[in-house]
Design a protein around this ligand. Sequence first.
Ligand SMILES: C[S@@+](CC[C@H](N)C(=O)[O-])C[C@H]1O[C@@H](n2cnc3c(N)ncnc32)[C@H](O)[C@@H]1O
Length: 289
Amino acid sequence: MTVATTSAAMASEIAQTADAGSLTFAVGGVGAVVGLGALLVATDPQKRRSEQMASFDGDEKEAVKNYFNTAGFERWRKIYGETDEVNKVQLDIRTGHAQTVDKVLRWVDEEGGLQGATVADCGCGTGSLAIPLALRGATVSASDISAAMASEAEQRYQQALAAGQGRAPKVAPKFEALDLESVKGKYDTVTCLDVMIHYPQDKVDAMITHLASLSDRRLIISFAPKTLSYSILKRIGELFPGPSKATRAYLHREEDVEAALKRAGFKVTKREMTATSFYFSRLLEAIRE
Ligand SMILES: C[S@@+](CC[C@H](N)C(=O)[O-])C[C@H]1O[C@@H](n2cnc3c(N)ncnc32)[C@H](O)[C@@H]1O
């Protein structure tokens, strides 16, 4: 696959995506591509982003909420589904995302499950993680800034039960339209998968501090890692805006995320990386010290 093809494809998704084949190609020996990429990384994408935000008076959170209630909802509902109404790139993202979810479920199962434990899944999307956790007996409070997403998650939970995919937990899961800053309470485990991509670095500390304040014991979070190669691919992709591309996407340095967790009193105990052709996500488990 050529870099140009990759770039167009990348830009058509929300950018938690990268073509690993081309990543190898770009980083592995074509100096000119790396040089071009490095230049692109150095240039400021702020102008285009500002234009994207203009209709929301620069309120990025509002723009994200709107996106996931409209075009983004339609796009991600399909990606996080099982139907064949997805293209190759979306199918690859579906596969990568499912691997991230499976890794979390494996961690949970390996330590004996979460029967009866309370879980807050913040930014639950269509319920890819919240639903299997509830069907494993956890008391789940799932929330998302997008009402469309939260409602889709609730419907999928009911469908999963009706299809006999698991037993109803003692306490039925709650699905709410709430931004994660508005989530309250205390939970054994707080999960937040693939949401940090919507947070600029200067907002990540507060985000992690808030998630940590909700957790009595454990935090499980994932993010798109900021490495030179992923930064290059993301930047190239930004040059080829797709039809329903609407939100900014932020990569984060693992050291910064870990430092924020440490300041919030949490120590990283497990790490995983998922990288398919168009999806990359670093997964961390952190335990309260
Ligand atoms: C890429 S999806 C991931 C969904 C889900 N965590 C999963 O892994 O299946 C990102 C989700 O984060 C939600 N989101 C973005 N910003 C948020 C915020 N500030 N508070 C709560 N949810 C947010 C979006 O509405 C969207 O459903």
